[in-house]
Design a protein around this ligand. Structure first.
Ligand SMILES: C[S@@+](CC[C@H](N)C(=O)[O-])C[C@H]1O[C@@H](n2cnc3c(N)ncnc32)[C@H](O)[C@@H]1O
Length: 322
């Protein structure tokens, strides 16, 4: 007796859902829809029916909020922030990606490098103060690849040089202000205030290479042979990594771009270096949770910057700053 009434109840529920879905009980039996499937179908139906209406309401709310802000505070949120081109930017620091390593990469690695270059370009384009971004040795496969595979490459606001960076930045080499960035360098980059102070008098070169560090020490050796200075990012001074300190081209560029905009090394490392590479000490874990503990975190960053400044000042015994 009890069983029959339970079955009836269940059937009643299915009937209600079937009606809402516009299905007959025969159709449900034939297609062998389970109760769970029917519930999911109903949920999707309700979602789809209300989606457009909900979006309309949200749009109206946003519009009203923008209007209110404009009327009460004179803030116009609909106005797009103007983007500065490199020539308009007050940031004159030169950062070049050296593309002279084509022959050392297979097709997959070349494609990866192109993606990394695209990322560097878009980071610079969206920056409040873009730096002077160069591509040197821009010829052969990489040039052809960028032109054919990157939509709009011809219109990119980027300095293009076919020459090798040693020719493109000859004056800088003579003045001793040409620095090749290499994780293998015995020298550290100075603090960001110094990078900003030097401005356009200096040029920093990033090796355009995707090699999973198979060619360890390659760019350091080449730079030393050419008689130019080298420097590494002060990662050890700010955090412990569980893997090698060799970063991808786009990560090095992002950190350098941030530095030219006055963002402290430690803050950049925390935001840019992939979390999987970072040894998750408790301190770093708390810094990597931005929302709730924001105030606490910014204090941590300040404290870390003080440590960073002290350590880079005191690291002179181990490595000089370049
Ligand atoms: C994927 S790495 C290539 C590593 C390569 N074996 C070499 O000899 O440079 C790409 C480039 O990013 C820059 N780079 C990577 N990690 C760096 C670090 N920790 N400090 C400074 N530059 C770094 C270097 O310019 C490097 O050539």
């Amino acid at each position: 007796m009890g069983d029959t009434s339970d079955e009836e109840k269940a059937l009643g529920k299915v009937k209600v859902i079937a009606d809402q879905l516009g299905l007959s009980l025969d159709e449900i039996k034939e297609k062998k829809y389970s109760k769970k499937t029917l519930k999911r179908m109903l949920k999707n139906k309700v979602y789809n029916e209300t989606k457009i209406e909900k979006r309309k309401i949200q749009k109206q709310k946003r519009k009203a909020k923008r209007k209110e802000l404009k009327e009460t505070l004179g803030i116009n949120l609909s106005e797009k922030k103007p983007r500065l081109t490199m020539s308009e930017s007050p940031n004159k620091v030169n950062i070049a990606i050296d593309l002279s390593f084509n022959s050392m990469m297979n097709e997959k690695e070349l494609r990866k490098l192109m993606k990394q270059i695209q990322r560097c370009y878009s980071l610079n384009r969206r920056s409040d103060a873009p730096c002077q971004l160069y591509l040197t040795s821009l010829k052969d496969e990489i040039a052809k690849g960028l032109m054919s595979k990157q939509p709009g490459f011809d219109y990119w606001d980027i300095h293009r040089k076919e020459e090798h960076f040693l020719d493109a930045f000859k004056d800088f080499k003579e003045k001793g202000t040409l620095i090749f960035l290499s994780s293998d360098s015995p020298n550290l980059l100075p603090d960001v205030a110094e990078i900003q102070k030097r401005g356009g008098d200096y040029a920093y070169i990033i090796g355009g290479l995707v090699d999973h560090n198979v060619h360890k020490g390659l760019t350091l050796g080449l730079a030393q042979k050419s008689g130019i200075q080298t420097a590494r990012l002060p990662i050890d001074q700010c955090m412990e990594l569980c893997v090698s300190k060799v970063l991808a081209v786009n990560h090095v560029f992002e950190i350098m771009l941030n530095a030219t905009n006055g963002i402290a090394w430690s803050q950049s490392f925390m935001n840019v270096i992939p979390a999987r590479k970072v040894k998750q000490s408790d301190a770093l874990k708390s810094i990597r949770q931005p929302k709730k503990e924001h105030k606490e975190n910014s204090e941590n960053v300040v404290q870390k910057d003080q440590v960073e400044n002290q350590s880079s000042a005191s690291s002179g015994s181990e490595s000089s700053t370049t």
